[in-house]
Design a protein around this ligand. Structure first.
Ligand code: AMP
Length: 430
């Protein structure tokens, strides 16, 4: 017997009908981005490894432990993207797009992290990601957050928006020293993993889930108390804009997030209905120095990434999973056989050309079986090609909701369906 294959560990297949919900969630996210002026961008799934090492930060878990890195046949070190921002920034620098004005882009696609698979955590997952580069105006931070806010409102997922400021290169070094001093004073009381993190990036000790670490660091100094005046003013402005737009948030002074590039505004949306292991639906923040660190011009940026699979889990938990019904405007049933083959194909092409969704059965099945398939496909109308009707230059059309059947001249049937469906025929090729 030949070997059967399975999807690699930590990956998944998306099959109908679940794939329909997924596509709908992605569509809603992309639509919100489009409404706010973000234009689509695509970058490669793999990049020069250094793009992520430099862009995401050598000291992050993502770079140290989770990257899918390989050497290609040309001896280059490449990495499957573990996140989207670094590749987008690389592309905008490479194509000279960061020299003037504001650039707003949106990207949706898979990314890869070698993590321990568990509920809500996979090795391949997808995000919708928006980035606005070229301005440090706090109104852009609010703009980005509002896009995500509207996504969750439309999807009817109750979320908590966690918000904080991580300071900037002016004020963070003093805070880092204060925090490191605090952690050093804890000495051996801190578990080894926390001590190791402290040496690489002490802020990351604050977001450890280990309750011992949380208890020991309950009185740790907080960035909030070290913000310089410029960071304070920025933070205040973002909060005022959000309040003005009716967005609620929770101050989260211990929010760090795992990527090194964040400065100032940093945020995360948590689903109220999910447990802590998988409630982070998405997040983001400012990364004002990233473009320069990646060899580009100064270009402050802010953005978010929202995980599509996590959002689907939250929709499911809330009972608001969008489930688009299978739907076809018309289903062509062939009651004649091979000699009507050309007619069936021509009619289908005509329906689709004018913008109606239409399908047919294949394999010469009985009229009854074809009609059953039409029903299963969710067809609104069946167009039956019968011998008697054909001789009269007509077709029979059945309304699948009322079961009413009428005869319509063949040359009128497309217009007739559009009238019934209240749609306008698209005129193509003119
Ligand atoms: P991050 O890029 O780590 O800030 O993650 C942003 C969002 O991506 C998270 O809130 C999740 O929704 C999603 N995400 C991150 N890692 C994974 C993963 N391993 N599996 C599924 N979703 C993930």
């Amino acid at each position: 017997m030949s070997r059967r294959f399975e999807a690699p560990k930590g990956t998944f297949d998306q099959l109908p009908p679940a794939s329909g919900s997924r596509a709908e969630v992605e569509r809603i996210m992309l639509e919100q981005a489009r409404l706010a002026g973000y234009q689509p961008i695509e970058t490669p799934i793999f990049e020069d490894t250094a793009v992520f090492a430099r862009g995401v930060g050598e000291a992050t878990d993502v770079v140290q432990k989770e990257m899918y890195t390989f050497t290609d046949k040309g001896g280059r070190s490449l990495t499957l993207r573990p996140e989207l921002t670094a590749g987008i920034v690389r592309a905008l620098i490479e194509h000279g797009r960061l020299t003037t004005g504001l650039t707003k882009v949106v990207c949706s696609g898979p990314q890869f992290r070698y993590e321990r698979p568990q509920a809500g955590r996979q090795r391949q997952f997808s995000q919708v990601d928006i980035e606005a580069m070229g301005s440090n105006d706090p109104a852009i931070d609010a703009d980005v957050i509002l896009v995500g806010h509207e996504v969750f409102r439309r999807l009817e997922i109750p979320v908590t928006l966690l918000l904080t400021s991580l300071g900037d290169p002016v004020c963070r070094p003093a805070y880092r020293d204060a925090l490191l001093g605090f952690l050093h004073r804890l000495g051996d009381q801190l578990p080894a993993e926390a001590r190791a993190r402290a040496e690489q990036n002490p802020l990351r000790v604050l977001d450890m889930k280990d309750p011992r670490v949380q208890a020991l660091t309950a009185d740790a100094p907080l960035m909030r108390d070290f913000l310089c005046n410029a960071c304070k003013a920025h933070d205040q402005a973002v909060q005022e804009l959000l309040a003005g737009a009716g967005v609620e948030w929770a101050e989260a002074p211990r929010l760090v997030r795992g990527l090194d590039y964040y400065v100032r505004t940093t945020f995360e949306w948590q689903a109220k209905s999910l447990d802590a292991a998988q409630n982070a639906l998405g997040g983001g923040g400012r990364y004002d120095k990233l473009a320069e660190e990646m060899g580009g011009p100064p270009s402050p940026g802010v953005g978010f990434g929202i995980g599509i699979e996590r959002v689907l889990i939250a929709c499911d938990a809330e009972g608001v999973l969008p489930t688009p019904e299978p739907h076809l405007d018309a289903y062509v049933v062939d009651a004649v056989g091979p000699e009507a083959g050309a007619e069936v194909t021509a009619l289908l092409a005509e329906l689709r050309e004018t913008g109606l969704s239409a399908d047919r059965a294949y394999g010469g099945r009985s009229v009854k079986a074809q009609t059953k398939s039409a029903d299963r496909a969710g067809a609104r109308y069946v167009v039956l090609i019968g011998r008697a009707e054909m001789e009269r230059g007509a077709v029979a059309v059945r309304d699948m909701e009322s079961s009413e059947q009428v005869e319509v001249p063949r040359n009128r049937v497309v217009a007739w369906l559009h009238e019934r469906l209240d749609t306008k025929p698209e005129v193509l090729g003119q």
